[in-house]
Write a protein that binds this ligand. Sequence first.
Ligand code: NAD
Ligand code: 89Y
Length: 340
Amino acid sequence: MLKIALIGCGFFAQNQLNGWKDLESVEVVALCDRDRNRLDAVGDAFRIARRFTDAAEMFAEGGFGAVDIATTVSSHRALVEMAADAGLHVICQKPFAQTLTDARHMVEAVERAGKTLMVHENFRWQSPVRAVIEALRGGAIGTPFFGRVSFRSAYDVFSGQPYLAEGERFIIEDLGIHILDISRALFGDVDRITATTRRVNPRIRGEDVATMLLSHASGVTSVVDCSYATRRMPETFPETLIEIDGTGGVLRLDAGYRLTIQKGGGTESRDVSPQLLPWAEKPWHNIQESVAIIQRHFTECLRAGIQPETSGRDNLRTLALVEAAYRSAAEARSVDPGEL
Ligand code: NAD
Ligand code: 89Y
């Protein structure tokens, strides 16, 4: 049995706690939030008795082998380093760190402790996205040469996550990070990125539109486009739509979770909708199912003694892309993420 402590009992943590409950090999034995009311509400709802308002106290008491960090980014470095000092395996929510320097220190701290670090980078684990990854990796359309990975919506994310309206940065750091990571999962690492950003919604501080052009080392060119200012019907939140052109055919993941592959004169189309788990609700069920899938991946990796696909070290490359996108937009030039 893997005993886990979870830190941060806010908006998204409920999904993580529900996901852990469904895994028979896992028990969440302790909770921490510096907000006593949230801590008690979540502790009562999930019947978790050991509760702490101070993470350092929780680490000192121990009694668990892994920690799940579900706080917002400003606390991640301190919490990951405390967990490494306590000799624990770690899962940490995205965005993993505020700066690449912080992220590198965090990865090194957990590696020094000889433990596993996974970033909760869950969009590439959404089952419709996974269906695309598997089809592509299985050679369904030959060698890809073009991709578009697109997330466009006007869904009100600010009511559940008010901090998203307040930061100097918004869509690339919060949402684009997932879409860039999907592009990496599909086409591999990136040599250059060119980005433009815009703020359309006057009630928020950061950018809510970003359009990015990526040159992958594999030779693929991809467009990653994200918007929270796109009022269209049907509203597709939180679907990532994907188009890939390959030497042997084309693949599309269209709105409504429909995967279509065209090759050799034929068309094959199937519904790849995510499951609606008993604790999930639409339209979030796609993201919620991916939480359960990434958590299972984490436990399987621990058991097998292998690195998770979305390990801390792997995530350094996704974070570098985020930083490179902001730099590209600010300096109106293409940027090699390797220069950061
Ligand atoms: P939130 O503000 O609703 O909740 C965070 C909680 O952490 C709060 O209750 C706060 O009191 C607590 N907290 C902060 N620092 C703490 C500390 N040092 N010690 C103890 N408690 C602390 O935030 P949220 O919307 O739940 O987001 C949390 C993280 O999840 C963010 O990084 C966000 O980007 C991420 N998120 C991920 C997804 C996804 O699909 N992967 C979706 C939504 C949010
Ligand atoms: O915080 C974001 C995330 O990670 O997925 C969707 C979201 O909740 C709002 O953009």
